[in-house]
Ligand binder design. Structure first.
Ligand SMILES: Cc1ncc(COP(=O)(O)O)c(C=O)c1O
Length: 379
């Protein structure tokens, strides 16, 4: 088990070599347990693509979470931790055949699909397994949208699940993903409403699905978030729609971002303060390539809250552009960080709510390594 530091060790933050991530065990568990609190009887399968650091997986494993897994490489990490196969679902709708086989050999029996070819691939490589069909839903308002790439039209649900049965698979359920970092509190409820008719039709052909998989998308409150959307509000709307279905399959969720995003901070050091034509810039020792991928301007362009680790010496605040250490033009974290105006080389910055889709997408571009990770009981 990984060492978890206590709150009293917080001065470690100031002394550690940067850049590094610090995670709060308490916050991860709080986020995890909120699903059970707001969605009665839900089963959580943490989407480990959001953050697959072993200490985080260990915390969730111990808490009883399941895992939504996206590749045989992610599965290898869970195998090392001895996670039981019945707590794993292979949630990517499109998968390499060899990966399906590897999951099956490990004992995993639950697979997503969204087209006939994929169903046939599962039938050959994971015979008799449970399959759930992913439908395409309206993901307007979500920062990262999947409906172009994944999901079948809802009108195909009945024929695909019937075909699954013919192929010897168990027509286990239906899933959707409203897009990551959603902003519409009704997105899940509207998706569920699409299922009214297919559930009736499935009943008529003798198929009663066992699970309804609500996917991920539950948002984090970033500095760039325009509205505050709580899990409680999402759950209330979602449960109302769910209770109106002809019958109530067991509920599954696959949250990634919500579990880890606000449980992690990044501590980074200012390596230069420079004047450019359009204002002043701080270059820091971590950027979009090794820690802050989602802040890249042409991606979701998440703006993270940033603070200085040392207090301001009464010098007031000033807006800075923040750049990462690489030579690339895309390595710009933000153009509007409000920080103490006397901040300078050697000062440390804290970037907040960076626990999701950061470490997992870090690349060694320009040779900068992935930042290290420190676990705290709380931060
Ligand atoms: C199949 C699947 N499930 C769950 C997730 C997690 O989504 P989020 O991090 O928005 O909760 C993703 C994200 O890409 C996904 O593709």
């Amino acid at each position: 088990m990984t060492e978890v530091f206590s709150k009293n060790d917080l001065n470690k933050l100031a002394k550690e070599e940067t850049p590094f991530f610090a995670f709060s065990k308490e916050q991860i568990l709080k986020n995890y347990h909120e699903f059970g609190k707001f969605f009665p009887n839900v089963e959580v399968f943490y989407a480990m693509k959001a953050n697959s650091e072993v200490p985080i997986l260990e915390i969730l494993d111990e808490a009883g979470s399941g895992f939504e897994v996206a590749s045989a490489y992610e599965l290898d990490i869970l195998e090392e931790l001895d996670v039981e196969p019945d707590r794993i679902i292979y949630g990517s709708a499109i998968k390499p055949a060899e990966d399906i086989k590897e999951f099956y050999e490990y004992g995993v029996r639950t697979f997503a699909f969204d087209c006939l070819q994929e169903l046939e691939k599962i039938a050959s490589n994971a015979p008799g397994s449970n399959v759930f069909v992913r439908i395409k839903v309206n993901d307007t308002g979500s920062v990262f949208q999947f409906s172009e790439k994944f999901g079948t039209n809802v009108g195909n649900v009945v024929s695909l699940l019937e075909r699954a049965k013919e192929l010897g698979l168990n027509p286990y359920g239906i899933s959707f993903h409203v897009g990551s970092q959603a902003s519409n509190p009704m997105a899940w409820a509207h998706s569920i409403k699409l299922l009214q008719e297919p559930l009736e039709q499935l009943k008529e052909v003798g198929i009663n699905i066992e699970i309804l998989n609500l996917g991920g998308g539950y948002p984090c409150q970033y500095a760039s978030s325009e509205s505050i959307l709580t899990l409680e509000e999402i759950a209330k709307n979602t449960m109302e729609a769910y209770n109106l279905l002809p019958y109530q399959p067991r509920l599954i969720v696959e949250p990634g971002r919500y579990i880890v995003a606000d449980a992690g901070i990044l501590v980074s050091t200012v390596i230069a303060r420079v004047e450019r034509d359009m204002g002043e810039w701080l270059f820091i020792d971590a950027g979009v390539y090794n820690a802050l991928y989602e802040s890249m301007a042409y991606q979701g362009s998440t703006r993270y809250r940033m603070t200085s680790l040392r207090p301001s010496y009464d010098s007031g605040e000033k807006a800075f552009s923040i750049a990462g250490p690489t030579g690339d033009s895309a390595d710009i974290v933000t153009r509007e960080a409000l920080l103490p105006s006397d901040i300078n080389t050697g000062d440390k910055l804290v970037v907040h709510s960076v626990g999701a889709y950061s470490l997992v997408v870090s690349s060694p571009f320009n040779g900068f390594p992935k930042p290290k990770v420190i676990m705290f009981d709380n931060i």
